[in-house]
Design a protein around this ligand. Structure first.
Ligand code: PGA
Length: 301
């Protein structure tokens, strides 16, 4: 049967009031709107559900069956609603997560949406570079961590949840801007601004260049992707950054993403914790939330 919950509610109201007009008033609808929905329900049932005796309306035997089961369905839904409400109330308390620095461009958005649903959660997010996040992971200091590359250790559980696209960025008026398929060797003749040792972004770039037999010779090292972005805008050089973090500057025409051969590099972000770790209810709920809602939340930003 294809029926809607609203049809069941309206049917309940008509039987309760013994009248379409009074049911419509109670449900803040017009009388024809109620009649149409009840008629549809009757069509689905394939039997008349109501009969009129005098001025009053009564359910038929089929109507009583619909009423009985329909009421059970609606009651179950109400119970589900209440249970979810109380679970939401229980989901409160500390949530401790370490995130690689580049995650600062999306984790606050995910957290913000999560806190709208669970205001009792007390979040502590620590943003630090990959090497430090790996240390914290091994020492089990967080509920879970978020990083771009999972260490090869066997005792880890990782959940991929978003795409991490790494591209070459340059000032919008850079001579290579708009050129197609720029050779890697050519772009590396530019002043290259690199992240510090220990950065996951740096690791990805080094690994990629190593495979091509190219050693990285940074013109300058900076310890934060935000500082690198500003340095690129200031015309100091080019860099590889996670493109999540440059969207606004790109839209504002301050930065451009160069079309370099072998780029962009497409990776994933992972939520990672030690195997066998018992996640708290808050942590489990947040993890489920970012896995299910992550892409949707960020599309809306
Ligand atoms: P990073 O890490 O912020 O240390 O560069 C990014 C990553 O793990 O991919």
């Amino acid at each position: 049967m294809h029926l809607t919950l609203q049809q069941l509610r309206l049917f309940q109201a008509v039987v309760r009031h013994g009248s379409f007009t009074r049911a419509a008033e109670a449900m803040h609808l017009t009388q024809p709107a109620v009649s149409i929905q009840v008629k549809r329900l009757e069509e689905q049932a394939g039997l008349p559900l109501l009969e009129q005796i005098g001025k009053k309306i009564y359910p038929t035997a089929a109507g009583r069956a619909v009423l009985e089961h329909g009421t059970a369905v609606l009651d179950q839904l109400k119970a589900l609603d209440q249970e979810l409400d109380s679970l939401r109330g229980e989901i409160k308390g500390p949530l401790q997560i370490s995130v690689v620095t580049t995650g600062k461009y999306f984790m606050p958005h995910l957290l913000g949406r999560f806190l709208q649903q669970y205001p009792g959660v007390e979040p502590r997010l620590k943003f630090t570079n990959r090497a430090r996040v790996v240390e914290r992971l091994n020492q089990n200091l967080d509920d879970f961590v978020v990083m771009g590359q999972v260490p090869p250790a066997r005792n880890l559980v990782s959940h991929p949840f978003l795409e991490n696209v790494l591209g070459f960025v340059a000032p919008a008026d850079h001579p290579l801007a708009g050129r197609r398929r720029i050779p890697l060797k050519r772009v590396l003749q530019e002043r290259f601004i690199a992240r510090e040792q220990g950065s996951g972004t740096r690791r990805v770039v080094e690994e990629m260049l190593e495979k091509k037999g190219i050693a990285i010779e940074p013109y300058m090292e900076l310890g934060s992707s935000e500082a690198i972005k500003q340095a690129v805008i200031a015309g100091i050089g080019v860099a590889v950054l996670s493109l999540h973090g440059v969207r606004l500057e790109q839209e504002a025409g301050r930065l451009t993403v160069l079309d370099v051969q072998g780029f962009p590099i497409r990776r994933r972000w992972y939520a990672v914790h030690l195997e066998g770790k018992q996640l708290s209810l808050v942590a489990r709920t947040f993890l489920d939330f970012i896995l299910a809602e992550g892409p949707k939340v960020l599309q809306g930003e």
